[in-house]
Design a protein around this ligand. Structure first.
Ligand code: SF4
Length: 336
């Protein structure tokens, strides 16, 4: 594998859960790649399939899930891998940061002990080197006075510091890939910015690639290299972060952007036009055609939008959109 090979390749991933009403299509034909050292943001509302996608990558789906497609990490097929082998990859090569740091940390042990345990699960390391490593990790995630802080218990940490301690545990083994699921959701805006800075620092100072999963496009704006937007278990747009924000090519993304608070302008007419109303559809009884059509302000009723599922296609260099009318709506030149 060279530095130019993707670290993670997901191809035509679909995940279904059987229900009494029929199959629930949690993830539908999703494909993407993550390059070494890249930060990919996966954005969508609750139920869009973003977390199920990451669980499939980590092999953490319940056994009743029906999974198809391929997930390859450094060329190794993860979907076909035995649990014993997957366990060696999880935590050491691919690590996860969960949303709820308070419940994820054990209140009975010091933060330093818990970080030390994360290091020693996959490494034999002497006592002094271990203490140094714990301090290094706390420093990397921006926790001051690491020697004293390592001796404290989770309840002595603020919410933002607990989240940073969780991130320190996740990167304890220098993972090649860090997956952070809604890492800032429970935090106020100022602390959110501090935690996001930590991801920027990890990207600068380590070799890790990062996937940040969030419902909030604002979260990925400052940290992601590329962003994939999901809706109803499907990809609707994938582009570099700048292209996604400044040359949006899908009405759903335009709606998400229009609902972001902006200090630099009042809501204008374009924002009002693109604002998303209604609720995401059922994943069992998905609307025909484009699953966004019942909420899309641009939908053409009685035609392609309601009858034909739009393909994810390249509408500009490196910019994919699953909208039949991306060109008409956003004035883009079709590449293929
Ligand atoms: Fe809207 Fe039609 Fe594009 Fe779907 S295909 S996003 S309904 S315009």
């Amino acid at each position: 594998m060279t530095g130019l090979d993707p670290l993670l390749v997901v191809e035509h991933l679909s995940v279904e859960f059987p229900t009494d009403d029929g199959a629930l299509h949690a993830v539908d034909d999703v494909s993407f790649a993550v390059m070494p050292h890249e930060t990919l943001g996966i954005v969508g509302e609750s139920g869009s399939g973003k977390t199920v996608t990451s669980m499939a990558v980590l092999g953490l789906l319940p056994t009743r899930a029906r999974v198809s497609g391929a997930v390859r990490f450094r060329g190794q097929d993860l979907l076909g891998m035995r649990e014993k082998d997957l366990e060696k990859i999880r935590g050491a090569k691919i690590a996860m940061v969960f949303q709820d740091a308070l419940t994820a940390l054990n209140p009975a042990y010091t933060v330093g002990d818990q970080i030390a345990e994360a290091v020693t699960v996959h490494n034999q390391i002497g006592r002094d080197a271990l203490a140094t490593r714990v301090r290094e990790l706390l420093t990397l995630v921006g926790i001051p006075n690491p020697s004293e802080r390592a001796e404290q218990f989770p309840h002595e940490y603020s919410g933002g510091m607990r989240q940073r301690a969780m991130i320190a545990m996740s990167i304890a083994n220098d993972p090649d890939l860090l997956i952070a699921d809604e890492p800032t959701t429970a935090l106020d805006v100022t602390i959110q910015a501090q935690v996001l800075e930590v991801f920027g620092r990890i990207q600068e100072r380590t070799e890790s690639a990062i996937i940040i999963i969030t419902h909030d496009l604002g979260v990925v704006a400052g940290v992601a290299d590329r962003v994939m937007v999901m809706y109803s278990g499907q990809q609707v747009e994938l582009a570099s972060v700048d292209d996604l924000f400044y040359n949006t090519r899908h009405p759903y993304t335009a709606g998400l952007l229009a609902s972001l608070p902006r200090l630099d302008r009042r809501a204008d007419k374009a924002d009002r036009l693109h604002r998303i109303t209604g609720q995401p559809p059922s994943l069992v009884f998905r609307p025909s055609g484009c699953s966004f059509h019942p909420r899309c302000p641009e939908a053409r009723i009685g035609g392609l939008c309601t009858e034909v599922v739009p393909e994810l296609r390249e509408v500009a260099q490196g910019h994919l959109s699953a909208c039949h009318f991306a060109q008409d709506i956003f004035g883009v030149e079709r590449v293929s």
